[in-house]
Design a protein around this ligand. Structure first.
Ligand SMILES: Nc1nc2c(ncn2[C@@H]2O[C@H](COP(=O)(O)OP(=O)(O)OP(=O)(O)O)[C@@H](O)[C@H]2O)c(=O)[nH]1
Ligand SMILES: [Mg+2]
Length: 458
């Protein structure tokens, strides 16, 4: 990754493929002069009207051929995305045309940008920290509105502020410990209690952040929910109904589904990876048996289960076995086929699993599916207690965990009556982790890992 800020970079910033509008972006000292070479302005001079749309024509400066009409918008440094001189050319969203605009820009002196290089420059120029850079990419890649909300807040600096306040508290704590070192003779009793309290408070702050990662992961990757049950109870029919698509094969014969099928659905902004699989029962074929073994493994790993029961038949031993086997998992009981005459004894089933959420549906007619969706949400993704911040990245979680461990060690040392010097040393270890978290301290390797996840043009 070239980190020189001397050159001017160029890239298409809109997604590949035809679109209503396509944007070519330039950033760097020569952004405006290069843009002027390939874009003939009609009337308005962008230097006189920064951040305004100036009409003009894209043209090849050598042949003089006019290729498109559009707008140029100039963002003078430092009030731009990268803090550098930035120009955006709004053209028609034709991939060949946009590629030609980039080629002309390069011929006129720009260099093709690397993935994420605009954002990298915003970071190197000190406009955002690494947490915010990660959030920008999270926002772009968000697959649910919930995640987009969290990422937008973090892009605006909410998590960075939280970390800054933790840093401030750590520094305060250090000075407290160091003062008690200096004045050890005069007032030895007061400080340790205050320090312990402040340490404990910081540790629980960090702990909350670490545990929020679970929720963050679910947001980023979605929750896996497996559709489980005996053969022929209507799992695939239910799977299709939730997907609103005839995805899985449905037949009247038990043992229809053998391999598992995974599809994503969005429930109220929550991404759910729904898995249909082989039913449990007497396998008629080795393939079916293997399907059951795999199904069991999937169910064990899933974040939640939909246990489907056939309400038009009497409950069986297998139903109870499944309930028992997965009793530790989050689960919704789905009594299916209620369009037929009911034979199942619901009370008898609920008696062995009191408090389990349950619902009667017909996957065939669609009856009560909305009810089921609500239950899925409340069971598998209960509304978060108003968690102020949610950690979305393993990188962030690991650093925060390490900070927490350092402080826990400091607290232990203090409780065991070790010298303040040792305590201060343990607390001081937190600072480099904070530096890495925000990107104050960074390595080429980490930067590459983060920015290579970006699209070109961002
Ligand atoms: N009347 C009625 N029939 C249903 C309902 N849901 C499923 N069926 C029927 O039940 C039979 C089995 O449905 P599937 O969805 O294939 O059941 P499955 O649980 O996936 O079966 P396996 O893959 O073999 O384990 C089919 O004939 C479906 O049409 C329902 O709500 N009402
Ligand atoms: Mg099936």
């Amino acid at each position: 990754m070239n980190q020189s800020l001397e050159d001017t970079i160029i890239a298409v910033s809109t997604p590949p493929g035809p679109g209503g509008i396509g944007i070519v972006r330039l950033s760097g000292p020569e952004a405006l002069p290069i843009a002027r070479k390939i874009f003939a302005l009609k009337e308005t001079d962008p230097a006189a009207c920064p951040r305004a749309m100036c009409f003009g024509y894209l043209h090849d400066p050598e042949s003089g051929e006019v290729l498109d009409a559009g707008y140029l918008c100039y963002f003078p440094a430092p009030n731009s995305y990268t803090r550098e001189e930035v120009v955006e050319l709004n053209l028609h969203g034709s991939p060949v045309l946009l590629a030609e605009a980039v080629r002309l820009g390069i011929k006129a002196g720009a260099r093709l940008a690397h993935p994420g290089e605009f954002t990298l420059r915003a970071y190197l120029n000190g406009r955002i920290d690494i947490i915010q850079a990660e959030a920008i990419n999270d926002l772009i890649q968000a697959c649910s509105l919930d995640q987009a909300r969290v990422s937008f807040k973090q892009m605006e600096g909410s998590l960075s502020c939280k970390i800054a306040s933790i840093r401030e508290k750590v520094v305060e704590l250090l000075s407290l410990v160091e003062t008690s070192l200096e004045f050890a003779q005069e007032e030895p009793e007061v400080a340790p209690e205050r320090i312990k309290e402040a340490l404990a408070e910081l540790i629980s702050d960090l702990e909350r952040l670490v545990t929020s990662y679970q929720q963050g992961r679910a947001m980023l990757e979605g929750l896996s929910v497996a559709v489980l049950g005996k053969t022929n109870v209507g799992k695939s029919t239910l799977f299709n109904a939730l997907l609103e698509e005839e995805r899985a094969i449905v037949t009247p014969y038990p043992g229809t589904t053998r391999d598992f099928i995974r599809e994503n659905i969005l429930l109220d902004g929550v991404l759910i990876k729904l898995v249909d699989m082989a039913g449990f029962g007497q396998a008629q074929h080795p393939v079916e048996e293997e399907g059951m073994v795999r199904g069991q493994r999937l169910a064990e790993k899933a974040d939640g289960l939909l246990l489907v029961l056939d309400a038009s038949r009497k409950e069986t031993r297998e139903d109870f076995q499944l309930l028992e086997k997965f009793s530790q998992k989050k689960m919704v009981l789905v009594f299916n086929k209620v369009d037929l005459e009911p034979k199942i004894n619901i009370e008898k089933i609920l008696a062995v699993c009191p408090g389990r959420p349950w619902v009667e549906v017909s996957a065939l007619t669609g009856k009560n599916l909305e009810e089921l969706k609500k239950l899925m949400l409340s069971t598998f993704s209960p509304p978060a207690e108003k968690q102020e911040e949610i950690i979305l990245h393993q990188r962030q979680k690991t650093l925060i965990e390490s900070m927490k461990q350092d402080l826990e060690r400091a607290l232990r040392l203090l409780e065991e009556g070790h010298s303040e010097e040792l305590v201060a040393e343990a607390i001081r270890e937190v600072l480099p982790d904070i530096g890495q978290l925000t990107g104050e301290i960074s390595s080429q390797e980490i930067l590459e890992e983060i920015f290579n996840r970006f699209c070109i043009g961002k």
